[in-house]
Design a binder for this molecule. Structure first.
Ligand code: ADP
Ligand code: MG
Length: 675
């Protein structure tokens, strides 16, 4: 840890405080003044000139230099978008929403998002006729391309955070490049493409985009002192808390701290510990304001991380990799880097897509450290040793080379393109492409794996903004008379978890929710909770949620998603049938989409997946934990030290031969005597 002497408090800051008349050391400036101070501001005219003269342009600049928030506004005020809209993509919905809110505010809309500045993320469209600057997730723009492959609504498309190389952004590269070319060939309104990022392999990108020009924005960064641990730590979570309190004891109150962890559960647990310990009379230091930042969080809470802490209070932000490059939080002086990240990874050998906690890359480590040097010299505590750092990968593998490609293959087919012929910047692995087509064939979306188009079922599947397996379930529901229930189950699977499990009251939560537990497993348990929530009177809903440890916001969000899916069903003339308490109907319906996600009991507690014979266990959070049904379908796999299944429903073995005979031919079952 730094000695107190090492931490210099700038005199300028001190002066600013007194002249402002507040006791807070944080300087206060107006929002417009803030805009003018950003590094990108000095390049405004030059940038506009370049954007005007080039159809494709790469813009590189340090995180926090103002790319995302400023450049779309510059384009808009110079009217470079002419008669169209400006699309700005973000890999994450949190970033799309928070940036849109910030830009709306800067634009003088106040918090009225949806006016000139709006956003669209899956299941949430906050735009209007007036919207000209539209922030959206890369996944959303890809969906829009399915309905208008030339993206005629837009005259400028900004693909932001390109270095992240998410699956959707990678596909969009090809889609916008193609749209630009076709629009040019047909003399339609030209499409401008801007690729923005903090770091990237410029040559690689430029080559792909017909040797387009790249421009560098000079950043303004201060040195960051890096500290490594001397010995490796196993428990990075505890180390985060301990390191925080070491800093807390010595640093001045206005030096804020940013902690990088991997996901909601970890972040909430860490927040809880810090809140608790900071109130301990034995702990020295100022008051602590704990903020969290992760995908599954209400937008209002997300925005609070940008607000300066009150006087004599230290702000600590605990975040996923969202704060790495997508959003910049002012005032950060210390970064604590766990060195870990949660990432999706697909193994074509096991056929499983997992959400896995893994080590970050060196590039990510540098980005994280950089967050401490935005406003002045900073400090970064890496909770790993120098040699561990040196063993990390240099940069991330593009998601297209490690994700399940089924949805992408389906989306491209809806555009009339076979993935094999698509102009990818980096080609996906052949195995993964084949596996994707194999899945589509099993689902009935294509006739054969070289098909250049979708079957009529495939076209219907593509209409839903869902994993094709989930769309298939909804589309099969009429056959089983359970569309109402299927819609509920799929909506719950598409929202964040509706169950709250506070670490210190886990047992209590389990007990009070016991009455909803179904012997058939999690999907039906969740359905029961949803049904009961709907029956509770409007004025009692909040209390009811509180009592039953149900996350009210998430269940309401699930209801919204459900309404939207129901709309799509109505448009497709599907009848809303209900199976009442005939759960077999619903369970069979689930099998129509999830037959590739089956696991069977092989011996005590031990399961293997039918598809690739992977050894798995039932996750402790599942309502089936402790029981040993012979055969289950699952919706999620998580890997820690072992592989666990989450989101389970028990099924009967003869259903598989009834519903997916083709599949069973190739995947033999062991005869089990469980159930
Ligand atoms: P870049 O895209 O180059 O990383 P941004 O345009 O996201 O930079 O950010 C520019 C500045 O705007 C940053 O200094 C950041 O602190 C500030 N900023 C962004 N969003 C908010 C917000 N919601 N509230 C306050 N400041 C914000
Ligand atoms: Mg940005």
């Amino acid at each position: 840890p730094p000695s107190p002497k090492k931490i210099k408090l700038s005199n300028e800051n001190q002066k600013h405080t007194t002249s402002n008349g507040n006791f807070n050391n944080r300087p206060k400036i107006s929002i417009q003044e803030h805009r003018r101070k950003l590094p990108v501001f000095g390049k405004r005219n030059k940038l506009l000139e370049l954007i005007k003269n080039h159809n494709t342009l790469i813009i590189l600049g340090e995180t926090g230099s103002g790319k995302t928030t400023q450049i779309p506004q510059y384009i808009y005020s110079a009217r470079l978008q002419e008669n169209g809209k400006i699309a700005v993509t973000q890999p994450r919905r949190v970033a799309a929403i928070s940036v849109a809110m910030r830009v709306a505010q800067e634009h003088g809309q106040g918090l009225q998002v949806g006016d000139v500045v709006g956003y669209a993320v899956r299941f949430e469209d906050v735009t209007s006729q007036k919207t000209k600057i539209k922030f959206l997730t890369d996944g959303m723009l890809l969906r829009e391309a399915m309905f208008d492959r030339l993206l005629m609504e837009y005259t400028v498309v900004i693909l932001d955070e390109a270095h992240e190389r998410t699956l959707h952004t990678d596909v969009l590269f090809g889609i916008v490049k193609r749209a630009q070319k076709i629009r040019e060939d047909r003399n339609l309104a030209p499409l401008k493409i801007l690729i923005m990022s903090a770091t990237m392999d410029v040559d690689h990108f430029s080559r792909y985009f017909n040797n387009c020009k790249a421009v560098y924005l000079e950043g303004r960064t201060y040195p960051v002192n890096i500290y490594y641990t001397i010995k490796p730590h196993d428990d990075y979570q505890t180390s985060c808390v301990a390191t925080f309190f070491k800093i807390h004891k010595e640093a001045p109150p206005d030096h804020d701290v940013l902690i990088f962890l991997t996901g909601q559960e970890e972040i909430e647990a860490c927040a809880h510990q810090i809140r608790l310990l900071s109130k301990d009379p034995d702990v020295q230091g100022p008051t602590v304001k704990v903020c969290t930042l992760y995908a599954a969080q209400p937008s209002s809470q997300q925005l609070s991380v940008f607000q300066p802490a009150p006087a004599n209070t230290r702000k600590v932000v605990i975040s996923t990799n969202i704060a790495e490059t997508s959003v910049t939080i002012p005032g950060i002086k210390y970064v604590i880097d766990s060195g870990m990240v949660k990432a999706r990874s697909f193994h074509s050998s096991t056929g499983l897509e997992l959400l896995k906690t893994q080590k970050i890359s060196q590039e990510q480590a540098w980005q994280r450290a950089g967050r401490a040097g935005r406003d002045s010299e900073g400090y970064c505590y890496r909770l790993y040793t120098r040699s561990q750092f040196e063993l990390m990968r240099k940069s991330n593998v593009p998601e297209i080379q490690r994700a399940n490609l089924t949805t992408v293959a389906l989306q491209l087919l809806a555009l009339g393109i076979h993935s094999v012929n698509f102009d990818f910047m980096d080609k996906p692995q052949k195995d993964a492409v084949l596996a994707a087509f194999e899945q589509l064939k099993m689902l009935g979306a294509v006739d054969n794996i070289m098909a250049n188009g979708l079957t009529s079922l495939g076209k219907k599947i593509a209409k839903f903004p869902l994993d094709p397996r989930f769309s298939k379930i909804i589309l099969s529901a009429h056959q089983y008379g359970c569309l109402e229930e299927a819609l509920t189950v799929i909506s719950l699977l598409s929202s964040e978890s509706i169950l709250l499990n506070p670490p210190n009251r886990r047992e209590q939560a389990r007990n009070v929710r016991q009455k909803f537990c179904s012997a058939y497993g999690d999907h039906i348990t969740h359905l029961n909770i949803y049904r009961e929530f709907n029956n509770v009177g409007q004025s009692n809903k909040r209390n009811w949620c509180h009592e039953h440890f149900v996350n009210m916001r998430n269940i309401l969000h699930a209801r919204e998603i459900r309404n939207q899916l129901e709309e799509i069903c109505k448009k497709a003339d599907m009848t809303l049938t209900s199976c009442g308490s005939q759960m077999d109907q619903l369970r069979k319906c689930l099998v129509t989409g999830l037959f590739m996600n089956v696991a069977e009991l092989v011996r005590d507690k031990q399961y293997i997946t039918l598809d690739k014979k992977q050894a798995v266990l039932i996750h402790p959070s599942s309502s089936l934990h402790g029981q040993q049904p012979g055969l289950v379908i699952f919706t999620e796999v998580v890997q820690t030290s072992k592989c666990y299944l989450r989101g389970l429903t028990t099924i009967e073995s003869d259903w598989l031969s009834e519903i997916a005979p083709e599949y069973l031919k190739n995947h033999h079952m062991k005869v089990t005597n469980g159930s």
